[in-house]
Design a protein around this ligand. Structure first.
Ligand SMILES: Cc1cc2nc3c(=O)[nH]c(=O)nc-3n(C[C@H](O)[C@H](O)[C@H](O)COP(=O)(O)OP(=O)(O)OC[C@H]3O[C@@H](n4cnc5c(N)ncnc54)[C@H](O)[C@@H]3O)c2cc1C
Length: 411
C-alpha cells in the first residue's frame, strides 16, 4: 500500500487540502496532523463575533464537522506537534515519537503572532491567534474596563471594534504614521481612522512602546514620548511570523516563509508548502515573491497543493483577496496595490468608496474598497476579474459610479 499523503497543520489550508485530495479522487491514506487540541476551525471569527459578550461560549466554528473527516477517510491527529522530517526516509516524526511515512508531504503550518519582546513575561499582555487565545482574551475583556491594543493592523483594529462593542475604553497604539500602513493606501487609512474615532477608539499613530509593566490593576505602557498609559489589559497585534522551524530543520529553503515555486513545491519534490507559512511567486505580478496571510488564499492554495500532490502541474494563478470587518464597515482588497502608479476613486453608497490602482501601463493591479456591510463586495469581485485579465480600463470609467464594471469586463 502507498505510504499516502501527510499534511502538517490542521488549519484552513491543511483541512482544505485533505478534502481536495478526496475530491480529486485520491483513495490512498490521508493523514492530517495538527498541534492544537481542536478539530480544524475558522480563525477569522476570533477577532470579530467571537469576542462579543457570550461569543466564546460555543466551541470553535468548525471548518467541517468531525464526521465529515471520518466519512472522507481523513485520519485526523490532534494535539500532535510534528517534531521533525526525515526527508531521506520520507517520514515525519511526531513529538510523542510516532513516525509517519509519506509519499508526498504538505506543510501547512501557518503563522504565529510576532512577539513584542518588551511584553515578555507580562501577565496582562495577550496575543491572539488561536481559539484558546480568544477564549482567554474574551474572558479577560469581560473583567476590565480598558484595553490598549499595540498595533493598528487588521487584527488589532477588529479587536478594537469588538472591545468598543463591549463598552470598553480602547486605545490603539500604532508605530507607523498611519493605520494599516503596509496594506492600504493613505485615503483608506484615513477613512479607517475616522471610523474608529467616530466609535470612540483613541488612536495614537507614530507612537512606539518604550516599556511594559504589570500593575496591581492591569498593565502600564510607557510610550516613546514618555506618555504613560494604564489599562486593564494590553493586546499585542504587531503582525505574524510564519512557522518555518520544521522546514528549516529539514534543510528546506526559507526566507520569510517556506520557499515554494508556482506549483507550491519546495526544493524537495516530495514536499509542498501552502497557506500562511509559504512564500511563493505571484505570476500576475511578474513572479514577485509574496507571503499572504489571508483566509481565501489558504483555501485556494490548499486545493492547488492537493492537485499538485497528485502529480498535476498546475501553476498558481489567483488574485490575492482579503476582507476585514470593523464596526459596521467591511473592507475588501483584491490584488496588490503597492506597485500602482495611479489611483482612481469611485464613491460607493453613502459613505463608501473603492480605490482602483493602476500600474504604469494603465493595467488594473488592485482594488481596495470600504463601505457599510457588503456594499463594495460585488464591484471588488468584478475588479478582481479585471485584474486577472490584466485589463487596462479607462480611469474615467472606473471613477464614474454610473459605469457598470461589468461593461468594462465585456470590453
Ligand atoms: C484572529 C484572526 C482573524 C483573521 N481574520 C481574517 C479576515 O478577516 N480575513 C482574512 O482574509 N483572513 C483573516 N485571517 C487570516 C486567516 O485566518 C489565515 O490566513 C488562515 O487561517 C491561514 O490558514 P493556514 O492553514 O495557512 O494557517 P493556520 O490557520 O495558522 O493553521 C496552521 C496550523 O498548523 C499548526 N502547526 C504549526 N506547526 C505545526 C507542527 N509542527 N505540527 C503540527 N501542527 C502545526 C498550527 O498550530 C495551526 O493550527 C485571520 C487570522 C486571525 C488569526
Amino acid at each position: 500500500m502507498s505510504a499516502g499523503m501527510v499534511i502538517v497543520g490542521a488549519g484552513e489550508c491543511g483541512a482544505r487540502a485533505a478534502f481536495a485530495l478526496r475530491e480529486e479522487g485520491y483513495d490512498g491514506p490521508v493523514t492530517l496532523v495538527g498541534d492544537e487540541p481542536h478539530p480544524p476551525y475558522e480563525r477569522p471569527p476570533l477577532s470579530k463575533e467571537r469576542l462579543a459578550p457570550g461569543g466564546m461560549a460555543a466551541a470553535p466554528k468548525p471548518i467541517a464537522e468531525p464526521a465529515r473527516f471520518r466519512e472522507a477517510g481523513i485520519h485526523l491527529l490532534l494535539s500532535q506537534p510534528v517534531a521533525s522530517i526525515d526527508r531521506a526516509a520520507r517520514r515525519v516524526c511526531l513529538a510523542d515519537g510516532t513516525r509517519l511515512s509519506y509519499e508526498t508531504l504538505l506543510l501547512a503550518t501557518g503563522a504565529r503572532p510576532r512577539r513584542l519582546p518588551l511584553a515578555d513575561g507580562i501577565a496582562h499582555a495577550l496575543y491572539l491567534r488561536t481559539h484558546d487565545d480568544a477564549t482567554k482574551l474574551a474572558s479577560r475583556l469581560g473583567a476590565v474596563s480598558s484595553v490598549a491594543i499595540v498595533g493598528g493592523g487588521f487584527v488589532g483594529l477588529e479587536l478594537a471594534a469588538a472591545a468598543r462593542g463591549r463598552g470598553l475604553d480602547v486605545t490603539v497604539i500604532e508605530a507607523q504614521s498611519r493605520l494599516l500602513a503596509r496594506a492600504v493606501p493613505q485615503d483608506m487609512s484615513e477613512h479607517v481612522l475616522a471610523l474608529h474615532r467616530r466609535h470612540g477608539v483613541r488612536v495614537l499613530t507614530g507612537a512606539t512602546i518604550a516599556a511594559v509593566a504589570d500593575t496591581p490593576d492591569g498593565v502600564a505602557l510607557e510610550l516613546g514620548d514618555g506618555t504613560r498609559l494604564e489599562c486593564g489589559l494590553a493586546v499585542i497585534g504587531v503582525g505574524a511570523v510564519p512557522h518555518t522551524e520544521l522546514a528549516e530543520a529539514a534543510g528546506l529553503a526559507c526566507d520569510n516563509g517556506i520557499l515554494v515555486d508556482d506549483h507550491l513545491r519546495t526544493d524537495d519534490p516530495a514536499i509542498l508548502a501552502a497557506g500562511d507559512c509559504c512564500s511563493f511567486p505571484l505570476a500576475l505580478y511578474g513572479g514577485r515573491r509574496v507571503r499572504l496571510e489571508a483566509w481565501r488564499n489558504a483555501q485556494e492554495q490548499g486545493a492547488l497543493a492537493a492537485r499538485n500532490m497528485l502529480g498535476r502541474r498546475e501553476a498558481h494563478a489567483f488574485v490575492p483577496w482579503f476582507w476585514s470587518d470593523q464596526f459596521d464597515a467591511t473592507l475588501q482588497i483584491a490584488g496588490l496595490s503597492d506597485e500602482a502608479s495611479e489611483t482612481v476613486r469611485r464613491p460607493v453608497g453613502e459613505d463608501g468608496f473603492i480605490l482602483f490602482h493602476l500600474d504604469g501601463d494603465g493595467r488594473l493591479v488592485a482594488a481596495s474598497g470600504i463601505g457599510v456591510g457588503n456594499v463594495v463586495a460585488r464591484d471588488i469581485r468584478l475588479a478582481e476579474m479585471l485584474i486577472a485579465r490584466r485589463a487596462a480600463p479607462p480611469p474615467a470609467a472606473l471613477a464614474a459610479p454610473e459605469t457598470k464594471l461589468k461593461t468594462l469586463l465585456a470590453a
